[in-house]
Design a protein around this ligand. Structure first.
Ligand code: URA
Length: 437
């Protein structure tokens, strides 16, 4: 279909019947949608046809590239090194990027990340960072480049002009039940990653109750689809598929998660969180111009934590973006300690239940206009696989009121399972299941 003969109804009909659309047709559709010549109702019909019929690899790449062309593209070559970036499909208690950035930078590899706000049970990376007093995520391109050059790390908010096609299409998908399509999700995520300009990208695809992808098959398909897009666009991409059936680490909530990152950089960490951070760091370093194996990257990352250089880099980064790395973080007025009467081994601590409880406390946002409460959240003293004694503390809920705290505790306890006879098992819930690309 050429531009002159472009017929949106025929294109929607072709997709509805399961035919492949040529790249020029997809490019035209996206361009016309962004400038208003294709209305929402036609784009939502197309999105629904994709939900049922899918897109092949060529169509998915064409959709992604058309979305990238809709807005600003960042050129990071001025930094003078291969730039690495990392993206997680989102989970409960996922603070990995914030720990990873200074570790990778301390190993001599610049880390430049642009993040979107997103919706979710807890805030995104930007909300977590903004719980640090004074920290700003707003910065012009020149300052961003200068900071990555001088400090080795910057994480900032995506400019309004970064992939406007995705902003418009994602809002439409949200209200037309068309979010759940692997090629649409892959194109949405990868368009933002490609526009942000990194040479190499590590993807953490979460699977489990607290994740977008509930089954391993879907998570693998999403990982493969995103890798194919990255490679088609000339970038190096690696993907991990990691477990999100229980929250990651020990904290869920913005300021609480920053505290956990600071602890990790000082050598106090939950084993599952450290494992994921070190694995992602190993992969990122292997894709950098250090040109090393992931195993060597893991080793360097561990050394950066133990030697304190990663914490020093964290401090320099936070100061460069206006924050005070040692300032007290916001604290909620109510801290409810929760015990359980009969001990045993925790066999289930449902990520989705903890995420929803944190959202109800105010830690996340349902709409882009919602304000996030940085202070509230859930601190887990015990995790899946660990032994709890009778009447032992399992969690502390940080809330604005006793009532909100009690509600959150009750709903989490309703999704916590204990085996009174089992033995504790090694804590490996969140290890990398798969690594490909
Ligand atoms: N995250 C995105 O950025 N896009 C999607 O479509 C789904 C999750």
């Amino acid at each position: 279909m050429t531009t002159r003969t472009f017929d949106v109804v025929r294109l929607i009909d072709a997709k509805r019947r399961g035919e492949a659309i040529d790249p020029a047709g997809i490019a035209e559709l996206v361009a016309r949608y962004v400038d208003g010549r294709v209305p929402d109702y036609q784009m939502s019909a197309f999105a629904m046809a994709v939900v049922f019929r899918g897109l092949d690899a060529q169509e998915t790449l064409a959709l992604t590239e058309a979305m990238v062309r809709s807005g600003d593209r960042f050129d990071l070559r001025a930094i003078g090194h291969r730039i690495v970036d990392k993206h997680s499909t989102g989970g409960v208690g996922d603070k990995v990027s914030i720990a990873l950035a200074p570790i990778v930078a301390a190993c001599g590899v610049p880390f430049a990340k642009m993040s979107g706000r997103g919706l979710g049970h807890t805030g995104g990376t930007l909300d977590k960072l903004e719980s640090i007093p004074g920290f700003t995520i707003e910065m012009g391109y020149d300052r961003f480049i200068d900071q990555v050059r001088s400090v080795g790390v910057a994480i900032i908010g995506q400019s309004g002009e970064c992939v406007p096609a995705d902003r418009k299409l994602y809002a439409l998908r949200d209200v037309t039940a068309t979010v759940e399509s692997i090629p649409l999700i892959a194109a949405s995520i990868m368009s933002k990653k490609l526009a942000a300009g990194a040479d190499a990208i590590v993807l953490d695809v979460k699977v489990g109750s607290g994740a977008f992808m509930k089954s391993m098959n879907d998570a693998r398909e999403l990982a493969d689809t995103m890798i194919a897009i990255g490679q088609g666009a000339g970038r190096e991409v690696r993907a991990m598929v990691t477990d999100m059936s229980a929250p990651l680490g020990r904290t869920v909530g913005n300021a609480l998660e920053i505290r956990e990152v600071r602890d990790l950089l000082e050598g106090r960490h939950a084993p599952d969180l450290l494992e994921l951070v070190i694995t992602a760091a190993g992969l990122l370093l292997s894709l950098s111009d250090l040109d090393i194996e992931p195993a060597k990257g893991r080793e360097l990352a561990g050394t950066a934590i133990r030697s304190g250089t990663a914490r020093e880099r964290f401090d320099a980064w936070i100061r460069a973006q206006g924050g005070d790395p040692d300032a007290p973080l916001p604290e909620a007025p109510v801290q409810l300690d929760v015990t359980i009467p009969y001990g045993g081994v925790i066999t289930r601590l449902d990520a989705l239940a903890v995420g929803r409880a944190a959202a109800d406390l105010g830690a996340g946002r349902q709409t882009t206009e919602d304000r996030v409460d940085h202070a509230v959240g859930v601190e887990l003293h015990r995790q899946v696989g660990e032994q709890v004694a009778d009447d032992e503390l399992v969690m502390t809920v940080h809330a604005r009121s006793e009532l909100a705290a009690q509600r959150a505790a009750d709903s989490i306890l309703g999704h916590l399972e204990i085996d009174h006879d089992a033995d504790a098992v090694p804590f490996d819930r969140s290890v990398v299941i798969e690594c490909r690309g």
